[in-house]
Design a protein around this ligand. Structure first.
Ligand code: SF4
Length: 330
């Protein structure tokens, strides 16, 4: 799976590090002082992630918990994300990581105790806040290798006023299935119509598998959230969303979904340039895109408003509580 694995020298003999190393395949193991002396120091084209991917096992230093941007989550509570990884094994065409880092190489931070200490400090200053994992990666895709889910579960079990969101495009729920559902743990799945996901969510789990994972976790008692984001306007998109929401309702009663975000595809300038270079024949048609209120490239406002209105109406038609639906980054 990986070409080179770089391990920080302070971590190399730790049992967690050795556990991870036993589970993954790689060509070469190199011990280093610090990941940030190497990661991103030389520009590496994003699409090299397909056949020449390196991994860093490292400690996260500096800013570990960051306040999320406005309109990131539901309600008036504060939202933070915490950083336990950089980059992702999937390759969604719209992923903002392609314009964010200088390299697609993956970093897994293994100092979870320190990350949790920061979460704890933030949660004491801002009670009832949300903590989102997976801002720079997928929360569950590699969790059977990295095995951090039980550690975070243990913390949030004892701190019920802080809420944890694990956001994913995978159906890899193994790490959760042996754990007890918690009232403050939300597992959230990003969904698109199946043909769209097949073409643009490269390497992520097919929608059919994600729906099965939703059903599995819901039956086990886990709280489920859904992200219908990014909405892509393509031929017959209205019909595709009607089919997707109907399909979802056959796996979980829509009224039992804790929250649903809706958002239309968008790019920062850097990501837009990278996306245009990496995926010139993408099904995400960008010919109508305009620079919008926050300098991101989006469909013009009337098209976005119409898409959001239609998806919202479909969701409420299938039983969603309107107060549990929010527009992400609009
Ligand atoms: S799952 Fe998320 S982080 Fe991973 S490639 Fe897709 S958009 Fe990017």
């Amino acid at each position: 799976m990986f070409n080179k694995v770089f391990v920080e020298k302070d971590l190399v003999n730790k049992s967690h590090t050795q556990d991870v190393l036993k589970k993954i395949r790689f060509n070469e193991l190199i011990t280093i002082d610090r990941y940030d002396n190497i990661f991103e120091k030389v520009k590496k084209p994003y699409l090299q992630k397909r056949d020449n991917l390196n991994l860093f096992l490292a400690k996260k230093r500096g800013e570990i918990v960051k306040e999320a941007p406005d309109a990131y989550g539901l309600g008036k509570e504060k939202h933070f994300y915490f950083i336990h990884a950089y980059n992702c094994i999937y390759e969604c065409e719209y992923c903002y990581l392609q314009g964010y880092f200088n390299s697609p190489d993956i970093v897994w931070f293994l100092n979870h105790d320190e990350i949790i200490k920061k979460i704890d400090g933030t949660s004491k200053t801002h009670p009832n806040s949300w903590f989102h994992a997976g801002e720079f990666s997928d929360s569950l895709a590699v969790s059977h290798f990295t095995n951090e889910i039980p550690t975070y579960h243990e913390y949030f079990k004892g701190n019920s006023t802080a809420k944890l969101e694990l956001r994913t495009k995978s159906s890899n729920t193994r790490a959760l299935e042996s754990l007890e559902p918690l009232s403050n743990l939300f597992v959230t799945f990003s969904l698109s119509p199946k043909e769209v996901a097949k073409s643009i969510d490269k390497k992520a789990s097919p929608i059919k598998q994600r729906l099965k994972a939703i059903k599995r976790l819901h039956l086990l008692g886990f709280k489920i959230g859904i992200h219908l984001d990014p909405i892509v306007i393509e031929n017959c998109w209205e019909k595709s969303y009607q089919e997707l929401i109907e399909d979802l309702s056959n796996h979980i009663p829509i009224s039992e979904i804790s929250f649903i975000s809706i958002g239309v595809v968008r790019f920062t300038k850097d990501v837009f340039l990278q996306f245009s270079k990496n995926y010139p024949s993408s099904n995400i048609r960008t010919s109508t895109f305009v620079k919008s209120f926050d300098n991101k490239f989006r469909y013009p406002k009337p098209i976005r408003s119409n898409a959001l209105r239609l998806v919202r109406e479909l969701l409420t038609h299938y039983g969603a509580n309107p107060t549990n639906i929010y527009e992400c980054m609009e």
